[in-house]
Design a protein around this ligand. Structure first.
Ligand code: FAD
Length: 322
Protein backbone atom coordinates (compact mmCIF):
# COMPACT_ATOMS: atom_id res chain seq x y z
CA UNK A 1 0.00 0.00 0.00
CA UNK A 2 1.31 3.44 -0.89
CA UNK A 3 2.10 5.48 2.22
CA UNK A 4 0.27 8.81 2.25
CA UNK A 5 2.72 11.69 2.25
CA UNK A 6 2.80 14.88 4.24
CA UNK A 7 1.83 17.86 2.05
CA UNK A 8 5.35 19.35 2.18
CA UNK A 9 6.61 16.60 -0.09
CA UNK A 10 6.47 18.50 -3.35
CA UNK A 11 8.03 15.50 -5.11
CA UNK A 12 6.85 11.95 -4.77
CA UNK A 13 9.50 10.36 -2.57
CA UNK A 14 9.35 7.00 -4.35
CA UNK A 15 10.12 8.78 -7.64
CA UNK A 16 12.89 10.68 -5.94
CA UNK A 17 14.58 7.46 -4.83
CA UNK A 18 14.56 6.05 -8.35
CA UNK A 19 15.16 9.43 -10.00
CA UNK A 20 17.27 11.43 -7.57
CA UNK A 21 18.19 13.92 -10.30
CA UNK A 22 14.83 15.48 -9.42
CA UNK A 23 16.66 16.80 -6.38
CA UNK A 24 19.62 18.15 -8.33
CA UNK A 25 23.19 16.98 -8.68
CA UNK A 26 23.76 16.87 -4.91
CA UNK A 27 21.95 13.51 -4.68
CA UNK A 28 24.07 10.92 -6.38
CA UNK A 29 22.22 8.03 -8.01
CA UNK A 30 25.37 5.88 -8.17
CA UNK A 31 25.32 2.53 -6.36
CA UNK A 32 26.57 2.81 -2.80
CA UNK A 33 29.84 1.03 -3.65
CA UNK A 34 30.68 3.87 -6.05
CA UNK A 35 29.10 6.71 -4.12
CA UNK A 36 30.78 5.95 -0.81
CA UNK A 37 34.50 5.65 -0.29
CA UNK A 38 35.41 3.30 2.53
CA UNK A 39 38.41 3.99 4.71
CA UNK A 40 41.48 1.75 4.76
CA UNK A 41 40.86 -1.73 6.15
CA UNK A 42 37.09 -1.60 5.52
CA UNK A 43 36.12 -4.17 2.96
CA UNK A 44 32.99 -6.00 1.92
CA UNK A 45 29.48 -4.71 1.58
CA UNK A 46 29.61 -0.88 1.70
CA UNK A 47 26.10 -0.77 3.17
CA UNK A 48 27.27 -2.85 6.12
CA UNK A 49 30.39 -0.70 6.57
CA UNK A 50 28.29 2.47 6.38
CA UNK A 51 25.81 1.10 8.93
CA UNK A 52 28.62 0.07 11.28
CA UNK A 53 30.23 3.48 10.96
CA UNK A 54 26.96 5.17 11.88
CA UNK A 55 26.60 2.69 14.74
CA UNK A 56 29.67 4.23 16.38
CA UNK A 57 27.47 7.21 17.22
CA UNK A 58 25.97 6.30 20.60
CA UNK A 59 22.38 7.37 21.16
CA UNK A 60 19.52 6.96 23.56
CA UNK A 61 16.47 4.92 22.57
CA UNK A 62 12.94 6.28 22.19
CA UNK A 63 9.53 4.86 21.48
CA UNK A 64 7.62 7.10 19.08
CA UNK A 65 3.86 6.92 19.44
CA UNK A 66 0.86 8.29 17.67
CA UNK A 67 -2.84 7.61 17.41
CA UNK A 68 -4.40 5.92 14.43
CA UNK A 69 -8.11 6.40 15.10
CA UNK A 70 -8.70 4.73 18.45
CA UNK A 71 -5.56 2.62 18.09
CA UNK A 72 -2.15 3.51 19.51
CA UNK A 73 0.81 2.83 17.24
CA UNK A 74 4.37 2.75 18.60
CA UNK A 75 7.80 2.19 17.10
CA UNK A 76 11.32 2.17 18.48
CA UNK A 77 13.62 4.89 17.15
CA UNK A 78 17.04 6.19 17.95
CA UNK A 79 17.09 8.71 15.08
CA UNK A 80 15.76 11.47 17.29
CA UNK A 81 17.48 14.79 17.81
CA UNK A 82 16.88 18.14 19.42
CA UNK A 83 16.80 20.99 16.90
CA UNK A 84 15.83 24.30 18.49
CA UNK A 85 15.04 25.74 21.90
CA UNK A 86 13.03 28.76 20.65
CA UNK A 87 10.81 27.59 19.10
CA UNK A 88 11.08 24.16 20.73
CA UNK A 89 11.73 21.75 17.86
CA UNK A 90 12.79 18.13 17.53
CA UNK A 91 13.44 15.92 14.50
CA UNK A 92 12.79 12.23 13.88
CA UNK A 93 13.85 10.08 10.95
CA UNK A 94 11.51 7.27 9.89
CA UNK A 95 12.19 4.46 7.43
CA UNK A 96 9.84 4.88 4.47
CA UNK A 97 8.75 1.25 4.88
CA UNK A 98 7.65 1.80 8.51
CA UNK A 99 3.95 2.10 9.32
CA UNK A 100 4.71 5.05 11.53
CA UNK A 101 5.74 7.21 8.57
CA UNK A 102 2.34 6.70 6.92
CA UNK A 103 0.60 7.90 10.08
CA UNK A 104 2.46 11.21 10.40
CA UNK A 105 1.37 14.34 8.50
CA UNK A 106 1.54 18.04 9.08
CA UNK A 107 -0.54 18.73 12.17
CA UNK A 108 -0.37 15.14 13.55
CA UNK A 109 0.88 14.77 17.10
CA UNK A 110 3.52 12.24 18.04
CA UNK A 111 4.88 11.25 21.43
CA UNK A 112 8.52 10.58 22.22
CA UNK A 113 9.19 8.36 25.24
CA UNK A 114 12.89 8.22 26.16
CA UNK A 115 13.50 4.72 27.48
CA UNK A 116 15.09 3.99 30.81
CA UNK A 117 18.08 1.62 31.12
CA UNK A 118 15.99 -1.44 32.03
CA UNK A 119 13.43 -1.00 29.25
CA UNK A 120 15.21 -3.07 26.59
CA UNK A 121 12.11 -5.31 26.40
CA UNK A 122 9.91 -2.36 25.43
CA UNK A 123 12.46 -1.30 22.84
CA UNK A 124 12.38 -4.82 21.36
CA UNK A 125 8.58 -4.89 21.44
CA UNK A 126 8.25 -1.64 19.47
CA UNK A 127 10.98 -2.66 17.05
CA UNK A 128 8.92 -5.70 16.12
CA UNK A 129 11.55 -8.08 17.50
CA UNK A 130 10.31 -11.51 18.43
CA UNK A 131 11.13 -12.82 21.89
CA UNK A 132 9.38 -15.06 24.40
CA UNK A 133 8.43 -12.60 27.08
CA UNK A 134 8.31 -9.01 25.97
CA UNK A 135 6.73 -6.64 28.49
CA UNK A 136 3.32 -5.15 27.76
CA UNK A 137 3.27 -1.40 27.27
CA UNK A 138 0.77 0.87 28.96
CA UNK A 139 0.10 4.36 27.71
CA UNK A 140 -1.05 7.61 29.20
CA UNK A 141 -2.64 10.23 27.01
CA UNK A 142 -1.19 13.76 27.14
CA UNK A 143 -2.28 16.40 24.61
CA UNK A 144 -4.34 13.62 23.04
CA UNK A 145 -1.10 11.76 22.37
CA UNK A 146 -0.09 8.37 23.81
CA UNK A 147 3.12 8.22 25.86
CA UNK A 148 4.74 5.04 27.17
CA UNK A 149 4.33 4.89 30.95
CA UNK A 150 7.50 4.48 33.01
CA UNK A 151 9.85 6.10 30.48
CA UNK A 152 12.61 8.44 31.62
CA UNK A 153 11.40 11.48 29.68
CA UNK A 154 8.41 12.37 27.53
CA UNK A 155 7.74 14.86 24.76
CA UNK A 156 4.66 15.56 22.71
CA UNK A 157 5.27 17.29 19.40
CA UNK A 158 3.15 18.38 16.43
CA UNK A 159 4.53 17.76 12.94
CA UNK A 160 5.23 21.17 11.38
CA UNK A 161 7.41 20.13 8.41
CA UNK A 162 8.51 16.93 6.73
CA UNK A 163 11.42 16.35 4.39
CA UNK A 164 12.70 13.80 1.92
CA UNK A 165 15.57 11.88 3.47
CA UNK A 166 16.47 9.20 0.93
CA UNK A 167 14.98 5.93 2.17
CA UNK A 168 13.81 7.75 5.32
CA UNK A 169 11.42 10.64 5.91
CA UNK A 170 12.30 13.40 8.34
CA UNK A 171 9.61 14.94 10.51
CA UNK A 172 10.20 18.20 12.32
CA UNK A 173 8.00 18.50 15.38
CA UNK A 174 7.13 21.54 17.45
CA UNK A 175 7.21 20.42 21.07
CA UNK A 176 4.08 21.13 23.10
CA UNK A 177 4.80 19.11 26.22
CA UNK A 178 8.02 17.99 27.94
CA UNK A 179 8.88 16.34 31.22
CA UNK A 180 11.62 14.14 32.63
CA UNK A 181 12.15 12.06 35.74
CA UNK A 182 15.02 10.49 37.65
CA UNK A 183 16.92 7.55 36.27
CA UNK A 184 19.42 6.41 33.72
CA UNK A 185 18.87 6.15 29.98
CA UNK A 186 18.98 3.07 27.80
CA UNK A 187 21.78 3.53 25.25
CA UNK A 188 22.30 2.08 21.77
CA UNK A 189 25.79 1.72 20.34
CA UNK A 190 27.35 -0.55 17.73
CA UNK A 191 24.00 -2.26 17.11
CA UNK A 192 23.45 -3.27 20.74
CA UNK A 193 22.01 -1.94 23.94
CA UNK A 194 24.37 -0.40 26.47
CA UNK A 195 23.95 1.15 29.88
CA UNK A 196 25.88 3.66 31.88
CA UNK A 197 27.64 2.00 34.78
CA UNK A 198 25.43 2.81 37.73
CA UNK A 199 27.97 2.25 40.43
CA UNK A 200 31.53 3.56 40.04
CA UNK A 201 32.72 1.70 43.12
CA UNK A 202 35.36 -0.99 42.84
CA UNK A 203 37.60 -1.06 45.91
CA UNK A 204 34.69 -0.07 48.20
CA UNK A 205 33.07 -3.40 47.35
CA UNK A 206 36.02 -5.47 48.58
CA UNK A 207 35.51 -7.22 51.91
CA UNK A 208 36.87 -5.10 54.79
CA UNK A 209 39.57 -7.63 55.68
CA UNK A 210 40.99 -7.28 52.16
CA UNK A 211 40.52 -3.52 51.83
CA UNK A 212 41.95 -2.46 55.20
CA UNK A 213 45.52 -3.69 54.52
CA UNK A 214 45.49 -1.68 51.27
CA UNK A 215 44.32 1.50 53.00
CA UNK A 216 46.89 0.94 55.74
CA UNK A 217 49.58 1.66 53.13
CA UNK A 218 48.21 5.17 52.56
CA UNK A 219 49.37 8.50 53.91
CA UNK A 220 47.22 11.08 55.61
CA UNK A 221 46.75 14.41 53.85
CA UNK A 222 44.68 17.49 54.61
CA UNK A 223 43.06 19.90 52.15
CA UNK A 224 41.63 23.38 52.71
CA UNK A 225 38.01 24.20 51.90
CA UNK A 226 37.70 24.90 48.15
CA UNK A 227 41.02 23.18 47.34
CA UNK A 228 41.08 20.93 44.27
CA UNK A 229 41.89 17.43 45.48
CA UNK A 230 41.89 15.92 41.97
CA UNK A 231 41.83 17.67 38.64
CA UNK A 232 40.02 16.52 35.48
CA UNK A 233 42.45 15.19 32.87
CA UNK A 234 45.38 14.62 35.23
CA UNK A 235 46.83 11.15 35.67
CA UNK A 236 44.82 9.13 38.21
CA UNK A 237 47.79 7.99 40.26
CA UNK A 238 46.18 7.56 43.68
CA UNK A 239 43.11 6.41 45.54
CA UNK A 240 41.63 8.57 48.26
CA UNK A 241 39.70 7.61 51.39
CA UNK A 242 37.81 10.50 52.98
CA UNK A 243 38.32 10.40 56.74
CA UNK A 244 36.73 13.75 57.66
CA UNK A 245 34.86 16.33 55.57
CA UNK A 246 33.31 16.00 52.13
CA UNK A 247 34.10 16.60 48.45
CA UNK A 248 32.17 17.49 45.31
CA UNK A 249 32.91 15.44 42.21
CA UNK A 250 32.08 17.47 39.11
CA UNK A 251 32.27 17.13 35.36
CA UNK A 252 30.01 18.65 32.70
CA UNK A 253 26.49 17.32 33.24
CA UNK A 254 27.37 15.46 36.43
CA UNK A 255 27.83 16.45 40.05
CA UNK A 256 27.81 14.41 43.25
CA UNK A 257 29.11 14.64 46.80
CA UNK A 258 31.07 12.08 48.78
CA UNK A 259 31.67 12.10 52.53
CA UNK A 260 33.58 10.38 55.34
CA UNK A 261 34.29 6.69 54.83
CA UNK A 262 33.92 6.89 51.03
CA UNK A 263 36.59 6.31 48.38
CA UNK A 264 37.33 8.58 45.42
CA UNK A 265 39.29 7.74 42.25
CA UNK A 266 38.66 3.99 42.38
CA UNK A 267 38.52 3.32 38.65
CA UNK A 268 41.14 5.86 37.58
CA UNK A 269 43.80 4.41 39.89
CA UNK A 270 43.45 1.15 37.96
CA UNK A 271 43.59 2.93 34.60
CA UNK A 272 45.63 6.08 35.23
CA UNK A 273 46.63 6.78 31.63
CA UNK A 274 43.10 7.78 30.60
CA UNK A 275 43.20 10.66 33.08
CA UNK A 276 40.73 11.73 35.73
CA UNK A 277 37.20 12.18 34.45
CA UNK A 278 36.14 14.82 36.99
CA UNK A 279 37.33 17.61 39.26
CA UNK A 280 37.18 16.78 42.96
CA UNK A 281 36.92 19.77 45.28
CA UNK A 282 37.03 19.86 49.09
CA UNK A 283 33.71 21.31 50.29
CA UNK A 284 35.11 21.88 53.78
CA UNK A 285 38.46 21.22 55.51
CA UNK A 286 39.24 17.68 54.44
CA UNK A 287 41.24 14.88 56.01
CA UNK A 288 41.95 11.96 53.73
CA UNK A 289 44.19 8.96 53.26
CA UNK A 290 45.79 8.63 49.85
CA UNK A 291 47.18 5.37 48.59
CA UNK A 292 49.47 5.64 45.58
CA UNK A 293 48.96 3.28 42.64
CA UNK A 294 52.42 1.83 43.27
CA UNK A 295 51.57 0.85 46.85
CA UNK A 296 48.16 -0.39 45.84
CA UNK A 297 49.64 -2.72 43.23
CA UNK A 298 52.20 -4.05 45.69
CA UNK A 299 49.37 -4.72 48.19
CA UNK A 300 47.53 -6.71 45.52
CA UNK A 301 50.68 -8.65 44.72
CA UNK A 302 51.19 -9.40 48.40
CA UNK A 303 47.67 -10.76 48.85
CA UNK A 304 46.31 -12.53 45.75
CA UNK A 305 42.93 -12.90 47.53
CA UNK A 306 42.49 -9.12 47.19
CA UNK A 307 43.46 -9.29 43.51
CA UNK A 308 40.94 -12.11 42.89
CA UNK A 309 38.20 -10.22 44.75
CA UNK A 310 38.95 -7.17 42.63
CA UNK A 311 38.66 -9.19 39.42
CA UNK A 312 35.28 -10.48 40.63
CA UNK A 313 34.05 -6.94 41.24
CA UNK A 314 35.24 -5.84 37.80
CA UNK A 315 33.62 -8.87 36.16
CA UNK A 316 30.28 -8.02 37.80
CA UNK A 317 30.63 -4.45 36.49
CA UNK A 318 31.22 -5.85 33.01
CA UNK A 319 28.17 -8.07 33.30
CA UNK A 320 26.12 -5.02 34.33
CA UNK A 321 26.81 -3.30 31.01
CA UNK A 322 26.80 -6.34 28.73
P1 FAD B 1 5.38 -2.23 13.23
O1 FAD B 1 6.60 -2.92 12.78
O2 FAD B 1 4.06 -2.76 12.83
O3 FAD B 1 5.33 -2.08 14.82
C1 FAD B 1 6.44 -2.14 15.60
C2 FAD B 1 6.19 -3.08 16.75
O4 FAD B 1 5.51 -2.36 17.78
C3 FAD B 1 5.35 -4.29 16.39
O5 FAD B 1 5.90 -5.42 17.01
C4 FAD B 1 3.99 -3.95 16.99
O6 FAD B 1 3.29 -5.10 17.41
C5 FAD B 1 4.39 -3.10 18.19
N1 FAD B 1 3.34 -2.16 18.54
C6 FAD B 1 2.92 -1.12 17.83
N2 FAD B 1 1.94 -0.47 18.48
C7 FAD B 1 1.74 -1.15 19.64
C8 FAD B 1 0.85 -0.99 20.75
N3 FAD B 1 -0.07 -0.05 20.78
N4 FAD B 1 0.97 -1.84 21.82
C9 FAD B 1 1.89 -2.83 21.78
N5 FAD B 1 2.75 -3.05 20.75
C10 FAD B 1 2.65 -2.23 19.70
N6 FAD B 1 13.46 2.69 12.46
C11 FAD B 1 13.36 3.95 11.95
O7 FAD B 1 12.68 4.14 10.94
N7 FAD B 1 14.00 4.99 12.54
C12 FAD B 1 14.77 4.85 13.65
O8 FAD B 1 15.31 5.82 14.17
C13 FAD B 1 14.89 3.54 14.20
N8 FAD B 1 15.65 3.35 15.30
C14 FAD B 1 15.72 2.12 15.86
C15 FAD B 1 16.46 1.95 17.02
C16 FAD B 1 16.55 0.73 17.64
C17 FAD B 1 17.37 0.58 18.90
C18 FAD B 1 15.85 -0.37 17.08
C19 FAD B 1 15.93 -1.72 17.77
C20 FAD B 1 15.10 -0.23 15.92
C21 FAD B 1 15.01 1.02 15.29
N9 FAD B 1 14.26 1.22 14.14
C22 FAD B 1 14.19 2.47 13.58
C23 FAD B 1 13.53 0.12 13.50
C24 FAD B 1 12.01 0.17 13.85
O9 FAD B 1 11.79 0.19 15.24
C25 FAD B 1 11.31 -1.05 13.29
O10 FAD B 1 11.55 -1.14 11.92
C26 FAD B 1 9.80 -1.01 13.57
O11 FAD B 1 9.26 -2.31 13.38
C27 FAD B 1 9.06 -0.05 12.67
O12 FAD B 1 7.73 0.04 13.13
P2 FAD B 1 6.47 0.25 12.22
O13 FAD B 1 5.99 1.65 12.41
O14 FAD B 1 6.73 -0.22 10.82
O15 FAD B 1 5.39 -0.67 12.88
Amino acid sequence: MEASKPPEFAIDVSDAISAPEAFGASFDAAPLAEALELGEGLEGDPAVAFRRTLGMFATGVTVLTTRAGEQVHGMTANAFMSVSLRPPLVLISIDRRAKMGALLHEGTHFGVSVLEAKQTGLSDRFAGRVADELPEATFEIVHETPLVEGALAHLVARVVRSYWGGDHSLFLGQVEFARYGEGRPLLFHGGRYERLIEDPRVFSLLPRELLDPILALGEERTYAEGELVMRRGEEGCDLLLIVEGSVRIERPGFSMERGAGELVGEIEVLDPGEGRTADVEALEPLRAITVTRERLLSALEADPRAAVALIEVLASRFRETA
